[in-house]
Design a protein around this ligand. Structure first.
Ligand code: B12
Length: 210
C-alpha cells in the first residue's frame, strides 16, 4: 500500500494519530501538500460519505473519520496557503438563533472543509445579523442548521434579513438539520437543502457551479 493509500485508509478508519504521523512522513518524503489533500484526505471523506449513504457507516464513524481528517488537515493548511491552492469557495455556517445543537452542524462544517471549502464556523445560537456580517465579509454560501421546530423559523428570518440588507442576490443559502425538509427549504426561499453532511458537500459544489 502506498503512503497516500495508508493516509486515506487511516482517515476512513478514524485513526487520527496514525493519519497525522503518516501525513508528517509524507511531507518529509517530499509529497506535495495538495496531493495529500486531494488524493488522500478528500478522497477518504468522499468514501466515508459513500459508506454512510450505503448504510455501512453511521454518524459516530463519520464523526471519528472527520476528526482524523481535521487533524491531518491542520498540518497541511499552512503549506496549502503557501502553495496558493484556492479553496472552492467560502462558506459561513452556524446553528440558528435560539438553538444550541452543534453536532450535526460541526459535522457538516468538517465535511465541507474536507471537500475543499474555506469554512467560517459561526457556532451556535447565531443571530441573522451575524450571518449578514459573514456575507459582507465574503461568504458565498450561508449554511444554517436547526434541530428544533421552534428555531426553524429563524432560518426564514435570516433570509428575510439578508433581503432587507440588500445582500440576498450575492449569497447562496443552504439549510439542514433533522426537522428541515426540501419542502421547508423551498417554502422559505433557500437555494439548497441536504439531509446529511456528505450530500451537503455536493450541494455546496453545485450551488457554486463547481
Ligand atoms: C444531542 C441532543 C441534544 C444536546 C445537544 C448537544 C450538542 N452539543 O449539540 C442537548 C442535551 C444540549 C440538547 C438540548 C435540547 N434539546 Co436536543 N437533542 C439532541 C438529540 C438527541 C441528537 C441531536 C444530534 O446531535 N444528532 C446527530 C447529528 C449528527 O444529526 P443532525 O443534527 O440531524 O445533523 C445531520 C443532518 O440533519 C444534517 N445537517 C445538520 N445541520 C445541517 C446544516 C446544513 C446547512 C445542512 C445542509 C445539513 C445539516 O447533517 C448532519 C449530519 O448528517 C436530538 C434527537 C434527534 N434524534 O435528533 C434531540 C432533539 C433535537 N432535542 C430536542 C429538544 C426538545 C431539546 C431541548 C429543548 C430539551 C430541553 N427541554 O431543554 C434542548 C434545547 C436546547 C437548545 N436551546 O438548543 C428535540 C427537538 C424536538 C423538536 N421537534 O423541536 C429532539 C428531536 C429530541 C426529541 N425527540 O424530543 N439536545
Amino acid at each position: 500500500m502506498s503512503l497516500i493509500e495508508e493516509i486515506r485508509q487511516a482517515v476512513i478508519d478514524g485513526q487520527a494519530k496514525d493519519a497525522v504521523s503518516k501525513v508528517e512522513q509524507a511531507l518529509e518524503e517530499g509529497i506535495a501538500a495538495d496531493t495529500i489533500l486531494h488524493n488522500a484526505l478528500i478522497d477518504a471523506m468522499r468514501e466515508v460519505g459513500e459508506l454512510f449513504e450505503q448504510g455501512e457507516f453511521f454518524v459516530p464513524e463519520m464523526l471519528i473519520a472527520a476528526r482524523a481528517m481535521k487533524g491531518a488537515l491542520e498540518l497541511l493548511k499552512p503549506l496549502l496557503v503557501d502553495q496558493g491552492v484556492e479553496p472552492l469557495g467560502r462558506i459561513a455556517i452556524g446553528t440558528v438563533k435560539g438553538d444550541l445543537h452543534d453536532i450535526g452542524k460541526s459535522l457538516v462544517a468538517m465535511m465541507l472543509e474536507g471537500g475543499g471549502f474555506e469554512v467560517v464556523d459561526l457556532g451556535v445560537d447565531v443571530a441573522p445579523e451575524q450571518f449578514i456580517e459573514a456575507t459582507k465579509n465574503g461568504a458565498q454560501i450561508v449554511a444554517m442548521s436547526a434541530l428544533l421546530t421552534t428555531t426553524m423559523p429563524n432560518m426564514k428570518a435570516t433570509i428575510e434579513a439578508l433581503e432587507a440588507a440588500g445582500l440576498r442576490d450575492q449569497v447562496q443559502v443552504m439549510v439542514g438539520g433533522a426537522p428541515v425538509t426540501q419542502a421547508y427549504a423551498d417554502d422559505i426561499g433557500a437555494d439548497g437543502y441536504s439531509p446529511d453532511a456528505s450530500s451537503a458537500v455536493r450541494k455546496a459544489q453545485a450551488l457554486l457551479g463547481k
